[in-house]
Design a protein around this ligand. Sequence first.
Ligand SMILES: [Zn+2]
Length: 70
Amino acid sequence: MATMTDCTLNGAVVDIDAAIDMKDTADSTPDFRCNECNQPVRPHRSGGHVSAHFEHLERNPNCSQSHVAS
Ligand SMILES: [Zn+2]
């Protein structure tokens, strides 16, 4: 399973740590987008055995960065 740790925000690449900081400080979640398919993604913080990563709001089977349902 690919773990997505970068995304695009307003044309700039943002890593997961910066994105979580922005999500915490912004009034609303910034418009994070997948680097590959440009669909909306959201940051998830690390927890348990899962490291911090981005997830697509809607799974995109055409995008290698989108998790495949298992
Ligand atoms: Zn994507």
